[in-house]
Design a protein around this ligand. Sequence first.
Ligand code: PMV
Length: 327
Amino acid sequence: MVWSQAHTNIALIKYWGKALSKQNIPATDSISLTLDSFWTRARAEASTGIDKVVVHGEELNPVEEKRVLDWLQAARSVLTLPNAIVLETWNNVPKAAGLASSASAFAAMATALARVSLGYDPRFNSKEDAIKEIARLGSGSALRSLQASFVRLRRHGSENVAIEKIDTPLEDEIRVIALLLDTKAKKIGSREGMKRVAESSAFYEAWLSEHPTDVENCQEALEKGDWHRVGALMESSTLKMHATCMAATPPFWYFQPDSIKIMNWVTEARLKQKGLSTYFTMDAGANVKIFCLARDLKETGDALQEIVPNAKIQIASKGPKPHEEKG
Ligand code: PMV
């Protein structure tokens, strides 16, 4: 059996907010790292019945099933697809826990659909462009999982986005420690969170106005191999994103006591140990992701395991773009 495998990505400079002109176009650029350890495999097959989604490992509740079936229907305006499809997925990413499971899922499903399609709509220049469109319709961050390693999602006006690989001398040196604190589904998904922030947060305008400088600075620092500058920008983008949530009506936050404990430790450890390359980030869930250079991985991992003994720790490095896997 051939599967399309796509890997999750974690944003260093976050995507948080949508452009209003077109559904699911991010309001800003973003920068991410695609990871090797977390992925989704997807397979599509023509069937004689009705569209069906089968998720190994985790049950789809009716709300989730509807989201995927609606998306599959939308994909039909992009690709020429069989009348009925069985879409099967398997993923090793804890669902809805701020580990970007929807990014790898929609990137893998879009790639799998393209394998069974008979063509694509002429408004797209290539099959790759059609896959990009479908992935984006599912999840804004899924676009970044179509590219390997460090990626910039670049907006072109309010209608189009491009994904570009960022070349950096840091590529082989970066390690990510994912600390799985709370793998239960989050209460406020990214879609709902972004909407509430755009509609009501006192800080949303400030977020949008500072974002372009953060993106440019981060890309420049990556290209120059200035990891400490990249790390500082990543923490700053994280905290600004979470500040928009706390200033929304009604307010919300993703931090749990252990998330704060870890961020405190990272900040203090850098003060104590000059040159320590350890920085944190958090997305729309309680889990914290730590980025560091390979030289500090062991020390950082050991310390974190002591601070949050119940957390499950997983290590990742740069990951590939979608590819085929047999299984
Ligand atoms: O693509 P979505 O709808 O899962 O949104 C992703 C939002 C964040 O993970 C919080 C930030 C990001 O850029 O990945």
